[in-house]
Design a protein around this ligand. Sequence first.
Ligand code: NAP
Length: 286
Amino acid sequence: MKILVTGASGHLGAKIIEYLAENMPSSNIIAGVRDTQSEKAQKFTAQGIEVRETDFDKKDTLVQAFQGIDRVFIVSTFGDVESSIRQQTHAVEAAKETGVVQMVYSSAPRADVSDFFLAGIHRVREEIMKESGIPYVFVRNNWYVENELATIQQCLNGAPWVTSAGEGKVGWVYRPDLAEATAHVLTGEGHDNKAYELSGENLTQQQFVDAINEVTGNHIPLLTVDDASYSDMLKGANVPEDVAALLVMTQQGIRAGGLENAHSDLEILLGRKPTSVQEALQQLLS
Ligand SMILES: NC(=O)c1ccc[n+]([C@@H]2O[C@H](COP(=O)([O-])OP(=O)(O)OC[C@H]3O[C@@H](n4cnc5c(N)ncnc54)[C@H](OP(=O)(O)O)[C@@H]3O)[C@@H](O)[C@H]2O)c1
């Protein structure tokens, strides 16, 4: 069975390939990247992993790359609704034309029903896959612990942990766990047309800060503010306006419960307990 992983130059895709390579011959793994001449692409080649160009904005690259492929991992990309529809349509059309038998897509928590501001685009992309008739699997990834690294660094340098998310909980997950679970889906059986909610233990902002303090021995304080003050603080720190708006929407979404989720699917796919937030922080901050 041949498996192609798109977004192989990215953090998630590269890790999926790493886990696949532990369990199947390199000759059956294909790394899909936009830049086939990059250093990352050359590393795959050196490992005996074939590299093919996969750019969701260029359907012809997908049709070429999916030749002879059985299963494809489709990485989500950041963009507006229009580009998401175009890219996902290119992917499913290419899969149809080349006879791909399963597409695995990295989606968002409860993408089919969630009000969280990022869920809508994933819902549209899931729908395009469902309508294609090609067997699909949605791995609905919750918030990476890794997303917080820059903030954690600022806090270790003396800043408080500022939030307007109130008591909202997040099912923070360690990205390598998501990659490992996805690799299990790509190599396993019985996953067709399923959606897996891949979340870790649900924690409040205070509980997350407690975990950082426990791991680092620091005493980072939590500063609870309202959305307007949070936004002002970001602007004061010269965060670009569009990024600040996204960060405020994230806090609002968390407060409304948008990233709190059931979390048994990850353990089932991994066949072990997921990495705890403490363990993940230990790995990331050591
Ligand atoms: N759950 C979360 O907390 C969270 C956080 C951040 C992102 N995400 C989403 O999850 C995805 C995977 O995460 P990650 O950590 O691997 O992100 P990442 O390291 O930024 O990797 C993104 C990958 O997508 C590829 N890509 C972007 N646009 C593309 C296009 N038009 N055609 C083909 N490939 C394209 C990139 O290729 P290049 O190297 O050529 O740019 C890169 O390989 C992200 O793309 C994003 O949608 C989720």
